[in-house]
Design a protein around this ligand. Structure first.
Ligand code: FPP
Length: 256
């Protein structure tokens, strides 16, 4: 099948609108090469770049990446501080490219625990890309699904306390508007690398109906082929089409 005919047969609207990724296995990837864990995190940044670029070119609406969980503070102090430095460097280096490609960046999570310089970089990157209309890239940092629900509940409780909504009339929608991903489609496809089959407190509300895709690959090995295979798996599960990662790739050629 030519890429053109594939494009005609597979409607881009079948793509998952929102893909969430738990990027796991950087440490084991580095260990397998006899290197320090940070070497794996740095290689993970290249995988982030490939994933963002592929998702944007395909026309995926939202990509949410789990960069740092609330639980990650328990890691050795040195790794945490090196990871923070890496975030600052990556933000500074990549934001122009993201902006040029129409990506809208948002950092979700409790960022108040980060250094002032990191918080400033985040605010500047979000402001620069705020009006972009391409891929929405959510980077989850110091994020936890339970934290997300709790911070929304607190805002809702305050509304009830002020008498704005009677408690007995509350709906899911009233809570949803206060969640980190408010206004965005729910997660259709959640991907986790490195063979672990857990969702680890990620997008607990938003992934209520998500298809869960687990791959043995370590995160630094995740590339365009890996993402297109995951998407083909999603389309086949949803629509029983029998399409392949190669066909999704062909779609990329057409979309370019
Ligand atoms: C999980 O691997 C990875 C992390 C906790 C950090 C992820 C960070 C990046 C990929 C780099 C920066 C990303 C952005 C968006 C700027 P792990 O350390 O848990 O690996 P292991 O399970 O093998 O130990």
């Amino acid at each position: 099948m030519s890429s053109q005919s594939f494009h005609q047969e597979i409607d881009p609207s079948l793509l998952p609108k929102h893909i969430a990724v738990i990027m796991d296995g950087n440490g084991r990837w580095a260990k397998a090469r006899g290197k320090a864990r940070m070497f794996g995190h740095k290689a993970g940044v290249d995988a982030v770049r490939k994933t963002v670029s592929t998702a944007n070119r395909l026309g995926v609406q939202v990509l949410t990446l789990f960069a740092f969980s609330s639980e990650n503070w328990r890691r050795p102090e040195e790794e945490v501080s090196l990871l923070m430095e890496l975030f600052v460097t990556v933000l500074g280096r990549e934001v122009k490219r993201l902006h040029k490609n129409g990506v809208k960046l948002k950092v979700i999570g409790d960022t108040t625990r980060f250094s002032q310089s990191l918080q400033d970089k985040i605010a500047a990157a979000e402001a620069l890309t705020a009006n972009n209309t391409g891929l929405v890239l959510n980077v989850a940092a110091n994020y936890g699904g339970q934290w997300d629900i709790m911070q929304a509940v607190k805002k809702l409780a305050a509304q009830v306390e002020r008498g704005e909504i009677p408690a007995e009339q509350l709906t899911e929608g009233d809570l949803q508007v206060h969640l980190s991903c408010s206004g965005l489609p729910d997660v259709d496809l959640m991907i986790r690398t490195s063979g672990e089959c857990r969702i680890s407190n990620f997008m607990l509300w938003q992934a209520a109906y998500a298809e869960l895709y687990f791959t043995e690959q370590f995160w630094p090995d995740f590339d365009e082929t890996s993402l297109t295979e995951a998407i083909a798996w999603f389309i086949n599960r949803e629509r029983r089409f029998g399409c392949t990662g190669e066909q999704i790739k062909a779609m990329l050629q057409v979309e370019k």
